[in-house]
Design a protein around this ligand. Structure first.
Ligand code: ZN
Length: 143
């Protein structure tokens, strides 16, 4: 049986979870919260390095509260999180609250979508996408 390493959405602690148990709502060994959630969770400078680790891809939406397109994209991102649960983890990065990390990631415009796997960036998309295009783009990246 394959076990997947997955960071907890709540505390970023790394969990090892048998792949056939992903659908059962596994709980974190450290904080006892659900490891996988069906809504986007927040990443920050502090949790980022751990959250991009693991066997499930992580899609990060880089946004800011003053950005209109970011706000209109938020419900689409939430729908995607509900649909992709146990295949891809979805997180939001507030660029204003985390300026150093945004600079490090080379963010030039928002919203920006960055897909990570095994601790490294594998794809990036500038600007919001409608849900079908977002899912199609992820599929192209093997999600
Ligand atoms: Zn946890």
């Amino acid at each position: 049986m394959t076990a997947l390493v997955i960071p907890c959405a709540h505390c970023a602690g790394l969990n090892r979870i048998p792949s056939d148990r992903l659908a059962e709502g596994p709980r974190c060994g450290r904080c006892k919260s659900k490891v996988l959630v069906d809504t986007p969770f927040d990443v920050s400078q502090a949790s980022f390095a751990n959250q991009i680790k693991g066997d499930l891809p992580l899609l990060v939406d880089v946004w800011a509260s003053w950005c209109g397109p970011c706000r209109s994209f938020a419900p689409i991102f939430e729908l995607a999180a509900a649909q992709l649960r146990s295949r891809c983890r979805l997180a939001k990065l507030d660029s204003e609250a985390n300026p150093q990390l945004s600079t490090q990631l080379g963010i030039r415009s928002i919203p920006s979508l960055i897909l990570f796997k095994d601790g490294r960036e594998i794809a990036r998309q500038s600007g919001a996408l409608p849900l079908p295009q977002l899912l199609a783009w992820l599929k192209q990246q093997g999600v």
